[in-house]
Design a protein around this ligand. Structure first.
Ligand code: SF4
Length: 493
């Protein structure tokens, strides 16, 4: 059996980093870890090829070669996935769809021959057997949430690592919390399952042996969801990193209760984690209560962020507007919080009711659902009737983005962040970093409309934060992505 694994293209959103990647000469942020894990679960005797459409287009010859096409992705990749399914259908080539989009009953997957709902580990051998015996069913549903200690190493040999700006490793799935809008807990459950420290170290060995040096993203829903286990893992990661002379800088996603645990913060620091994405959502306590994000109410939000930054961790923040309890001045409150907390990368989105979430069920019962969510909360498109006037909400949201990503405002925020940032170990310098700095000086320093702000920022960073200069360049480049995306790149200094 010849299987072609296809990863659909991401649209140009905050998370695509499409305007920052060319500085490093990279095509995409991370390799398609889920699909490469599926490949490792398929029979060893099958021939496998992978195409990541974020790296290059799919060739006709590859479709000619394949007996079956496996696709995986998130809802936001739906339009690209739909296009691939249509091309396969035209030539009578069957398609199997999995990943979060497979569990979301997205209309974009309606023409697929087979939908795999749930996590692949419990199902994939049955799908493979049925394919071989010619009895592939239209729908498979995982009977249980799989034990991650049985997950094999991903088939990384199928992709070219140098096309990516970071490698991806998954340690856990699931999250113990109950945020009303969250689909993670519906798909992956509220009992976080983890790999063993030995498995994670084996994945580190794999990417190290393949020659990777640089950023590694632990792509968990909530890395500290199972604190007991993560306390066992981190000392092993500290040891692995020390034994290998710190070849990686690590980043992950976690919940804000990380700030309640100085021991864990110290371990993250010692393992050379230098960034963490936190779902902060909103400074409005009433809105946090509404969305049952109680873990964000236990400590002062601002103090929590500053504490985490003091351990040398850059905080990237997720923020949402559109809650029923958002006060009229929520837009100014969000801007002020992001400014005070000095969170350079602030992913602000409009609330979206994802399928099968508690929010989706409540809004449906209240008769407020308008349509399916597109899976991206940064599109100017509400899929439910908000309490606030829709136009006022969208205008306020736009105003947040154009304010926080105005180049002068952004660069000032980065400078404040650098003054909050505790000691960090220098990440390994790789060739693409040197190229990125040269391109930043040329593209942002000489060619951009915001070059005056850029040089003011660089001058201050050099003067006051020389020891964090690598961070200053990285954040200047990432800033360019947000300036382009929010239309502020043309702002004259
Ligand atoms: S903390 Fe994050 S992953 Fe966990 S339930 Fe809330 S939104 Fe979902």
């Amino acid at each position: 059996m010849k299987v072609l694994l296809v990863y659909p293209e991401f649209p140009d959103t905050f998370w695509s980093f499409k305007h920052a990647l060319p500085f490093q000469g990279k095509k995409s942020a991370y390799p398609p870890l889920g699909l490469l894990t599926v490949s490792a679960l398929l029979p060893a005797s099958w021939e496998k090829r992978a195409v990541d459409l974020n790296v290059r287009p799919l060739k006709e010859a590859e479709l000619d070669w394949a007996d079956i096409v496996f696709l995986s992705g998130m809802m936001v990749q739906g339009p690209s996935m739909k296009g691939v399914i249509a091309r396969c259908k035209e030539r009578g080539l069957r398609t199997v769809v999995g990943g979060p989009i497979g569990s979301a009953q997205s209309p974009d997957t309606a023409d697929a021959d087979c939908i795999v709902e749930g996590e692949a580990e419990e199902l994939i051998s049955q799908v493979a057997q049925d394919l071989e015996s010619g009895s592939l069913r239209a729908h498979y549903k995982a009977p249980a949430l799989p034990d991650l200690t049985q997950v094999p190493l991903p088939d990384l040999r199928l992709v070219s690592l140098k096309k990516y700006s970071a490698m991806a490793v998954q340690y856990s799935r699931g999250c113990p919390f109950t945020c009303e809008f969250c689909d993670i807990i519906e798909i992956y459950g509220r009992r976080p399952r983890t790999k063993t420290p030995e498995q994670v170290c084996a994945e580190f060995d794999q990417i190290y042996d393949l020659g990777w040096r640089g950023r590694v993203f632990l792509v968990d829903d909530n890395f500290i969801g199972n604190k007991k286990n993560v306390r066992k893992l981190l000392p092993e990661l500290v040891k692995w990193m020390r034994d290998h002379k710190y070849p990686f800088s690590l980043l992950t996603e976690a919940s804000l209760n990380l700030a309640e645990d100085p021991d864990l913060l110290q371990l993250l620091h010692d393992a050379h984690f230098n960034s963490v994405f936190l779902g902060i959502e909103t400074p409005s306590a009433e809105s946090l209560k509404e969305t049952t994000k109680f873990q964000n109410l236990r400590k002062d939000l601002l103090e929590s962020v500053k504490l985490i930054q003091s351990y040398g961790l850059e905080v990237m923040g997720g923020f949402i507007v559109g809650f029923d309890n958002d006060p009229p001045d929520i837009f100014e409150q969000q801007i002020q919080f992001i400014r005070d907390a000095a969170i350079p990368i602030s992913m602000v989105g409009l609330l979206s009711a994802l399928p099968n979430t508690q929010l989706w069920r409540r809004l449906k019962a209240e008769g407020r659902l308008l349509k399916e969510s597109l899976g991206s909360n940064t599109l100017l498109d509400m899929n439910f009737i908000p309490r606030m006037d829709t136009q006022e909400l969208i205008e306020g949201y736009r105003n947040i983005l154009s304010t926080i990503y105005y180049p002068g405002e952004y660069f000032n925020r980065v400078l404040t962040f650098l003054s909050h940032l505790g000691s960090t170990a220098s990440p390994p310098i790789v060739f693409s970093d040197i190229v990125a700095v040269a391109r930043s000086l040329w593209r942002q320093g000489l060619r951009s409309d915001y070059r005056k702000e850029y040089w003011k920022f660089m001058g201050r960073a050099l003067h006051r934060h020389r020891h964090h200069l690598d961070k200053a360049f990285t954040l200047a480049i990432i800033g360019h992505h947000f300036f382009e995306l929010t239309g502020t790149a043309d702002s004259k200094s």
